[in-house]
Design a protein around this ligand. Structure first.
Ligand SMILES: Cc1cc2nc3c(=O)[nH]c(=O)nc-3n(C[C@H](O)[C@H](O)[C@H](O)COP(=O)(O)OP(=O)(O)OC[C@H]3O[C@@H](n4cnc5c(N)ncnc54)[C@H](O)[C@@H]3O)c2cc1C
Ligand code: SF4
Length: 338
């Protein structure tokens, strides 16, 4: 089977690039290892900063890419470079000759259990940002449903900006995700006290600052600047959090019915093995390394290999979609030239 363009990863980056390529007259192959499309965004509930339902974004993209050649539950078994393209063996036994390959394999959520001090997997009422999105969507998680929520907290920077966790980079989206999740929880539990424990607040995007101000002014969410020093469980199963409030200059101790760890975005699980097939470089944080980080973010050092979305580092959805569009145009211009 011969095809010009293979997209590895059917998250929003892969789907957006496929949509753009279809509109330009190409019929790309999408290779997705899961049994569904949409990647992480398909697991989110609603999106910052304006609470757009995530499902709407994903279903729109799936509708717009119905004409693509899509292989679900399929991975790349083997890949090598030819004189003018790439030979790709898929795990479903199909072999493809591609002139251009676009990696859109995304990210993984940091495994919060590695930060033992926060008690994820040990204390019943400690969950992650990913778990909370799942609960918003399904309404079922005994760690959240298991009793009244009178007080809850969010811990920022879990597995990000943390040398010990081998990730010194900022994950970019977790400050604003905490604001969004805190507001969603306040809507469900208006009487609950909600705390965010942060080191710095990074509200860099359009309307993010407004959203953060609204969280304080309209929902009474309390932001405490200071690193959490200790998490434990009391005899009633409540989570006890100790922190240093560095603005007020005093220690804080709160008892919570739920603690949400804002796990960071780390490199995708398969990045290293995919990169090694073609000897592509990866960055110190394990993400694919772009040709450069200013004007060639979607290009790899290899001709015909492109990137889009969170496979090169933490990104928001608008950034991911914009990169996917750029990558699609770069691929078409590469095919014209070659
Ligand atoms: C908790 C949380 C909430 C967020 N909320 C928002 C929000 O409200 N607004 C916003 O702008 N951004 C948000 N983001 C960021 C958003 O999730 C990312 O921008 C987006 O997921 C990036 O899309 P992607 O397609 O690059 O990667 P992914 O979503 O990770 O998709 C990658 C796809 O590639 C597939 N794949 C991986 N490896 C292989 C392989 N070897 N072979 C085949 N397929 C493979 C995966 O299965 C997946 O389907 C949030 C992030 C987090 C952590
Ligand atoms: S976005 Fe906020 S919570 Fe996430 S790593 Fe950066 S500073 Fe920490």
């Amino acid at each position: 089977m011969k095809q010009n363009i293979v997209i590895v990863g059917g998250g929003i980056a892969g789907l957006e690039a496929a949509k753009r390529l279809l509109r330009l007259g190409y019929r790309p192959i999408i290779v997705e290892k899961q049994d569904r499309l949409g990647g992480h965004v398909a697991q989110w509930h609603c999106l910052f900063p304006d609470m757009t339902p995530a499902g709407e974004v994903v279903s729109g993209l799936i509708r717009d890419t119905a004409e693509a050649n899509i292989f679900l539950e399929t991975e790349i078994s083997f890949m090598n470079r030819l004189r003018d393209g790439y030979n790709i063996m898929l795990s479903n036994g199909i072999s493809v000759i591609a002139r251009a390959v676009l990696f859109t394999t995304g990210f993984s959520l940091f495994d919060a259990a590695k930060k033992e001090e926060y008690g994820y997997g040990v204390y019943d009422r400690v969950i992650t940002n990913g778990d909370l999105e799942h609960w918003f969507n399904t309404g079922s998680d005994k760690r959240v449903d298991g009793g009244e929520i009178r007080a809850m907290g969010f811990v920022h920077c879990v597995g990000s900006r943390d040398e010990k966790a081998r990730n010194s980079q900022c994950s970019k989206v977790c400050c604003i995700t905490a604001v969004k999740q805190a507001i969603e929880m306040k809507k469900k539990f208006p009487d609950a006290a909600v705390y965010c424990f942060y080191m710095d607040l990074r509200m860099f995007g359009k309307k993010f600052e407004d959203f953060y101000i609204s969280a304080q002014r309209d929902y009474g969410i309390r932001f405490i600047r200071g690193r959490v020093s200790e998490v434990s469980e009391d005899i009633d199963g409540r989570v006890v959090v100790k922190a240093e409030d560095t603005l007020a200059g005093k220690p804080v101790k709160v008892k919570l019915d739920l603690l949400v760890l804002m796990s960071g975005m780390v490199c995708g699980r398969d990045t290293e093995s995919l990169a090694s097939m073609l000897r592509l470089p990866v960055d110190t944080d394990g993400f694919f390394k772009s040709r450069n980080n200013v004007s060639a973010v979607v290009q790899s050092p290899l001709e015909g290999i492109f990137y889009a979305g969170a496979c090169t580092g933490p990104k928001t959805i608008p950034e991911t979609l914009a990169e996917a569009d750029t990558a699609a145009l770069e691929i078409v211009s590469f095919l014209y030239r070659s």
